[in-house]
Design a protein around this ligand. Structure first.
Ligand code: 5AD
Ligand code: SF4
Length: 486
């Protein structure tokens, strides 16, 4: 129940509109033009979990579209429903099981409906999903999406299909994602993770770390700019250990090359590991205005003993030193983090160290989680000895503390003017308010005046960067009024 990120509440819309990008044929094999044949079978993809999964779903849609499937954003209209799953915590898996039970009804109504499970749950759950949960026809892991059309076609003929092998080389480098239209795009720059934090299932579900080549990533960024995107996020489980082996380039080189290639584009990246957060990377961020001044740097715990048990490869002192360097280079850089409470053997004192670290650092936001044992990980073999109630108590304590800190930080923005990239109508009041983000990744909501009586047109469109004067603040967002639109 509490196992949710409480801050950075996102207003990002993930509506499934199709985009017509302009990637060069000689660079990427697949044409992204969506098929529009009226008789095409329809695919609905539902995505759970992290941004990597959102990005992977765009690969899946592209692969299926190339095989003649049309996309739909309504499960009721779909001939094929694919759930791209997350296994990071038990809660995430429980959601999928609940969703599958619900899909049973769809299947009863439509005999030919194909239901598939993709992503991180595929490997671990294949037997259970296929046998005990009879509704699943197709199970495909994160490195096998090229096989999807063939496997789905066989499922349509009544044969169940599985493909869950992990690869050491697959990066889908030549497949152009079928992206959701909008202002922001994801670019997956690497896959997998070699860090093996003892609590984390990702190295097992997504396999070994491998990077895409630098030139193609930079070309993709340029093509996204030409297609009208205003912001890109370079994505990987641990982007700091990105390496183009052939060229001998690292993540800072990639960031620099991208920042230069698309100087008007806002560039973000996620996620970083404190161990690999180099001076070179920090200096590169500081050097380019179009690299957003926001870093998500998961610390997980404020206790060195717990960090060691987590196999995190850094100490609290190292983490704090990295933050000092970040703040020396970029005094206004926003910071967020991930925290796990109740890791096996964590004492009340060690939890206090985490709370103290958070109070000292004053993160802009934090994603805070109850430890959840994951089969196959090293921590799985440890006794999950912090009682659930105690975990919840620890979690609530740091949530309350972080809410106050985020609130205080945001209150200080009142009266300032922020550059905001306009993303569109606010989810809560789409008629009267729009929202956007600062380069420090804060959501800003502002009145959108197009009202005839006032005879004022808004004067800006989605994708513009405008100046907003901040008038109000809460822990999760800022509110303001449009000051100037250029
Ligand atoms: N239990 C709780 N939280 C976890 N995370 C990863 N694995 C677990 C787990 N087993 C959290 C970490 C990571 C974030 C993506 O999810 O904080 O940084
Ligand atoms: Fe998981 Fe650690 Fe890799 Fe992040 S760095 S994906 S927490 S193993």
């Amino acid at each position: 129940m509490f196992d949710l990120p409480v801050l950075n509440a996102s207003e990002t819309s993930l509506e499934s509109h199709l985009l017509s990008p302009t990637l060069h044929d000689n660079v990427l094999q697949s044409s992204p033009k969506p098929h529009s044949s009226p008789n095409a079978r329809k695919l609905y993809v539902e995505t759970y979990g992290c941004q990597m999964n959102v990005s992977d779903s765009e690969i899946v849609k592209s692969v299926m579209n190339q095989s003649g499937y049309a996309m739909t954003d309504k499960p009721d209209d779909a001939d094929v429903i694919l759930l791209n799953t997350c296994a990071i915590r038990e809660n995430a898996e429980r959601k999928i099981h609940e969703r599958l039970m619900h899909l049973k009804f769809y299947k009863k109504r439509r005999r030919n409906l194909v239901v598939g499970v993709l992503g991180c749950m595929a490997e671990r759950m294949r037997d259970e999903l296929m046998e005990t949960k009879q509704i699943v026809d197709v199970v495909v892991g994160p490195d096998e999406y090229r096989k999807l059309p063939e496997i789905v076609a066989r499922a349509e003929a009544g044969e169940k299909g599985i493909a869950v092998k992990l690869s050491r080389v697959e990066t889908y480098d030549d497949i152009e994602p079928l992206r959701t239209e909008g202002v922001s795009a994801w670019i997956s720059i690497m896959r997998g993770c070699d860090k093996f934090c003892t609590f984390c299932v990702v190295p097992f579900t997504r396999g070994r770390e491998r990077s895409r080549g630098l030139p193609l990533i930079v070309t993709e960024a340029q093509q996204l700019w030409d297609a009208g995107f205003k912001e890109i996020t370079l994505l990987g489980q641990n982007v700091n250990s990105y390496r183009d082996e052939g060229a001998g380039t690292d993540f800072a080189d990639l960031l620099k090359a991208t920042a230069r290639a698309v100087p008007q584009m806002r560039i973000r990246y996620s996620t970083s590991h404190p161990y690999d957060m180099s001076d070179k990377l920090i200096a590169t961020m500081a050097e380019y205005d179009n690299i957003c001044k926001y870093i998500h740097l998961p610390v997980q715990s404020g206790s060195d003993r717990v960090l060691e048990a987590m196999n995190r490869h850094y100490t609290v002192a190292h983490y704090k030193e990295r933050l000092r360097t970040i703040r020396d280079f970029m005094p206004h850089c926003a910071l967020s983090t991930d925290i796990i409470v109740g890791f096996p053997t964590e004492t009340a004192d060690e939890h206090r160290m985490t709370a103290d670290l958070m109070a000292e650092v004053r993160f802009d936001g934090a994603f805070m989680f109850l430890y959840s044992p994951r089969e196959g990980t090293k921590a799985w073999k440890m006794e999950d000895d912090v009682p659930h109630d105690e975990k919840v108590r620890r979690l609530n304590e740091i949530i309350a503390q972080q809410q106050d800190i985020s609130n205080e930080i945001n209150q200080r923005a009142i009266g300032t003017t922020e550059r905001v990239l306009v993303e569109g109508p606010s989810r809560r009041n789409p008629e009267t308010a729009w929202f956007g983000r600062t380069d420090t990744n804060k959501i800003v909501v502002f009145p959108h005046v197009t009202n005839q009586e006032a005879s004022v047109a808004a004067g800006y469109v989605i994708g513009d960067t405008i100046n907003i004067r901040i008038t109000k603040a809460s822990p999760a967002m800022l509110t303001g009024v449009v000051e100037t639109i250029s």
